[in-house]
Design a protein around this ligand. Structure first.
Ligand SMILES: *Cc1c(COP(=O)(O)O)cnc(C)c1O
Length: 365
C-alpha cells in the first residue's frame, strides 16, 4: 500500500495529459505560455476570486505575498508554530520576525483567541495555515485583522478545494497561497503554486514580483524573484482540474469513512467544523504512543508519516528569528502525538478497512 498513490489518477487522464503536453511542445512557449493564462482563469473561477497569479512553488507564492504587502526587515508576521517549515522560513528569509501563537488542539490550526495579544506596532500581517486540508477559523481571524487594519495571508498549501461557510479556501483572505507540489490535493508533476486575491493592485504587484519585479521589459521598479510557473506544469494542472471536483468529494468521503471505522480506537480522529469541508490533505490521528502504532502498522505493510514532529520554534534554523506570544503547549503536544495514515482520492474501501482494522487492533480500548 502507498501513502499517496498518484498512478491511478494519471491512468484516467493520460490521453488528455499527453495531448496537452504535446501542445506545449508544439507551440514552444515554455515560460508564461497560453496554458498559464488559461489555468489562472480556471483556478480563479474555481476559487471564486478575481485573480490567480501562478508561481513556481507554494514557497514562492508565500514570499511574493509578503513582498506584495510590503513586508520589511524587522516587521512581524503572526503565524502558527505547527506547520511545514516554509510557513516560517519565508518570514525569516525576508528578515522579518515570525510571531508564534499556539494552536487550537482540536483543529491544529492557529487559535484565533490568542492572536490579538500577539499584535504589536511592528505587525505587518497575520498568516494562518489551513493544516491537513481544513481551513483555519478565517472568519474569526479576519475580524481581528480588520479591527487592526492588518492583511491576512492564508497558507493554503494543504487546503486547495476546501470549503469554509460555502466559500473556497484561497479566496477567504487578502491573499491566499497554495502549492501544486505533487503530493498536495491539487498537484502538478514538479513544483508549482499560486496566489489568489480580489485586489487588482495586489494582483498586478504579484505579477511583477514573480518576474523579477519587472513592469515592462527590462524595467524593474521593485526587487522580485524568478517565481514563474512553467507552462508544462500549467498543462498538467489543466488536465488534473477535469478530475479535481470529483476528487475533493472522494477525499471528504474517505476521510469521513476513516473516522467512522476508527470510532472505537483509542485515538483522536480529525474534527471538522460544521461549516467546513476538509480536503484531507492528510488524515491525521492523535495517539499517546505514536511510535508503537507506526511500528505495528509497518508490520502490516501500512506506511505512516508524521506532520510534523518538530514545531517551528524548535527548528535550529529559526533560532533568533521568532518571538513567542504566550506559550505553545498545544503545538508541542501535537508534535509529540500526531500520525498520518495513507490518504488519497483513490484509496479503495478494502484498503481503508484494512488500515482501520490494523489501527483498531493496535489501539483497541
Ligand atoms: C507544502 C507546503 C508549503 C510549500 O509549498 P512548496 O510548493 O513545496 O514550496 C508551504 N506551506 C505548507 C503548509 C505546506 O504544506
Amino acid at each position: 500500500m502507498q501513502f499517496i498513490d498518484l498512478k491511478r489518477q494519471q491512468q484516467s487522464i493520460r490521453d488528455d495529459l499527453d495531448r496537452r503536453i504535446a501542445q506545449v511542445l508544439d507551440h514552444g512557449q515554455y515560460i508564461l505560455g497560453p496554458e498559464i493564462a488559461e489555468m489562472e482563469k480556471l483556478l480563479a473561477d474555481y476559487v471564486g476570486v478575481e485573480h490567480c497569479v501562478s508561481m513556481a512553488s507554494g514557497t514562492d507564492a508565500l514570499i511574493s505575498a509578503l513582498l506584495a504587502l510590503d513586508l520589511k526587515p524587522g516587521d512581524e508576521v503572526i503565524t502558527t508554530p505547527f506547520s511545514f517549515i516554509a510557513t516560517a522560513e519565508v518570514i525569516a528569509l525576508l528578515g522579518a520576525t515570525a510571531v508564534f501563537v499556539d494552536i487550537d488542539p482540536v483543529t491544529y490550526n492557529i487559535d484565533p483567541a490568542l492572536i490579538e495579544a500577539a499584535i504589536s506596532d511592528r505587525t505587518c500581517a497575520v498568516m494562518p495555515v489551513s493544516l491537513y486540508g481544513q481551513c483555519a477559523d478565517l472568519d474569526a481571524i479576519n475580524t481581528i485583522a480588520e479591527r487592526h487594519g492588518l492583511p491576512v495571508i492564508e497558507d493554503a498549501a494543504q487546503s486547495f478545494g476546501a470549503e469554509f461557510s460555502g466559500r473556497r479556501s484561497c479566496g477567504l483572505t487578502t491573499i491566499g497561497c497554495t502549492s501544486f507540489f505533487p503530493a498536495k490535493p491539487l498537484g502538478c508533476y514538479g513544483d508549482g503554486g499560486a496566489c489568489f486575491t480580489d485586489r487588482d493592485d495586489l494582483a498586478a504587484r504579484l505579477r511583477e514580483l514573480r518576474n523579477h519585479g519587472q513592469d515592462r521589459r527590462y524595467h524593474h521598479p521593485r526587487i522580485g524573484i524568478n517565481g514563474r510557473m512553467d507552462t508544462l506544469q500549467a498543462a498538467v494542472i489543466l488536465s488534473k482540474m477535469t478530475l479535481f471536483p470529483d476528487e475533493v468529494s472522494r477525499r471528504s468521503t474517505i476521510g469521513e469513512h476513516y473516522t467512522e471505522l476508527l470510532a472505537k480506537a483509542d485515538c483522536r480522529t480529525p474534527q471538522i467544523a460544521q461549516n467546513q469541508l476538509s480536503v484531507y490533505a492528510q488524515y491525521t490521528l492523535r495517539v499517546a504512543e505514536r511510535d508503537q502504532l507506526a511500528g505495528r502498522l509497518n508490520e502490516h505493510g501500512i506506511p505512516t508519516a508524521v506532520h510534523y514532529p518538530i514545531t517551528l520554534d524548535r527548528q535550529p534554523a529559526m533560532s533568533g528569528r521568532y518571538r513567542i506570544s504566550g506559550e505553545l503547549p498545544a503545538a508541542h503536544q501535537a508534535a509529540r502525538e500526531v500520525i498520518s495514515l495513507p490518504m488519497h482520492p483513490y484509496l479503495e474501501t478494502a484498503d481503508l478497512e484494512r488500515v482501520s482494522t490494523a489501527v483498531c487492533e493496535a489501539l483497541g480500548r
